[in-house]
Write a protein that binds this ligand. Structure first.
Ligand SMILES: *Cc1c(COP(=O)(O)O)cnc(C)c1O
Length: 346
């Protein structure tokens, strides 16, 4: 029997009061990884598959975030979503996908965030999908950072001058007031799946760059109050910036959902050992993790994000930093479309 609104915790009712588009299939699958667990000889490893969460252009974490963000754009009467990312951004592909599925236009700035330019880097993978979906894809030479971007503001001004109704979405949808709600939802969804499966994941490992996936999960875990540990794995190569941004987003999101709650100082944990020195570039440890996941479980990860967080998971389990008695949930955030742009690494 469904719980009535009165029986729900206040923060869950509040979360459900925000309008939301339906872009996901439903709860994303939770899967045990028995061969990887046995190989590492420690904690029992499971994955929640945000990489297969939606039918919109391969889905991924950005589609979960955009359920709330696009609902707000539609409420404001926007006709064009405008956003920003690197050349092989999963986020701009997801923005273009959600625009297409909502009858909106998309303009995406694809910046030179990664000092990497093999043949077809700007023609295959994510950017190919954006073009196929009719997105207005604009390449420029701006460099990587996760904060507000003047180039995005300029594109919005230009569209307004032309009479369009643009709606601006920051990188990764992270510095958007509603950007982390999807991943608070993720925790509510997970708790229901755990009940059905008869398991409890005491530790969650998640990749972190622009920060709102990590923030949402940390806030959800805090509000549910079951003592889960959330470990972010930095893939930005600038962990000081990422940690500050995750913390700020978590504070703002917590204030939206429960004005009386306070973010404890230790709520944001960011492991800095696996970013390989630079956003968008894998090292040997990244590639070894990608090969191990692929060869033991046909578990496919990308060199920009999940390869790095998988390297983190592997180390944490193998070393016993995550206790052998743990059940650990690796959050697979997506990103495989970029893999073809990195073929020369393999
Ligand atoms: C964007 C992205 C991340 C990082 O998520 P943030 O919310 O930006 O921290 C991780 N993995 C994949 C595949 C992504 O596309």
């Amino acid at each position: 029997m469904a719980a009535t609104a009165a029986q729900l915790p206040g923060w869950v009712s509040k979360l459900r009061s925000f309008p939301k588009e339906r872009f996901l299939f439903g709860p994303s699958p939770v899967q045990h990884l028995p061969r990887l667990s046995a190989h590492l000889g420690g904690a029992s490893i499971w994955a929640k598959r945000e990489d297969c969460n939606s039918g919109l252009a391969y889905g991924g974490n950005k589609v979960r975030k955009l359920e709330y963000v696009v609902a707000d754009a539609l409420k404001e009467g926007a006709d064009t979503l405008v956003s920003i990312g690197g050349v092989q951004s999963n986020h701009t592909r997801a923005v273009t996908a959600c625009a297409a599925a909502s009858g909106l236009k998309a303009v995406t700035l694809q910046e030179a965030w990664v000092p990497y330019n093999p043949p077809l880097y700007d023609k295959t993978g994510n950017i190919l999908l954006s073009r196929l979906m009719g997105g207005d894809v604009r390449l420029n030479s701006e460099c990587f950072h996760i904060g507000p971007k003047a180039s995005l503001d300029a594109a919005v001004r230009e569209l307004k001058d032309r009479g369009a109704k643009p709606y601006s979405i920051p990188a990764g949808a992270s510095l958007h007031p509603l950007g982390a709600l999807g991943f608070v939802d993720f925790i509510v969804e997970l708790a229901g799946q755990e009940k059905d499966l008869g398991v409890f994941f005491d530790t969650i490992v998640v990749c972190s760059v622009t920060g709102s996936s990590h923030s949402g999960i940390a806030v959800g875990a805090l509000l549910e109050g079951r003592g889960r540990k959330v470990i972010g794995i930095d893939a930005s190569g600038r962990p000081v910036d990422t940690k500050a941004q995750v913390t700020n987003i978590a504070k703002d999101t917590l204030a939206l959902l429960d004005p009386d709650a306070r973010l404890p100082d230790d709520a944001v944990v960011l492991d800095e050992r696996f970013h390989a020195g630079m956003y968008g570039i894998p090292d040997e440890q990244t590639k070894a993790a990608m090969r191990l996941g692929a060869q033991l479980e046909a578990f496919i990860t990308d060199p920009v994000y999940e390869g790095k967080s998988l390297a983190g998971l592997i180390h944490l389990v193998r070393s016993g930093e995550i206790a052998p008695s743990s059940k650990v949930l690796y959050v697979h955030l997506g990103g495989q479309p970029a893999l073809n742009a990195y073929s020369e690494e393999f």
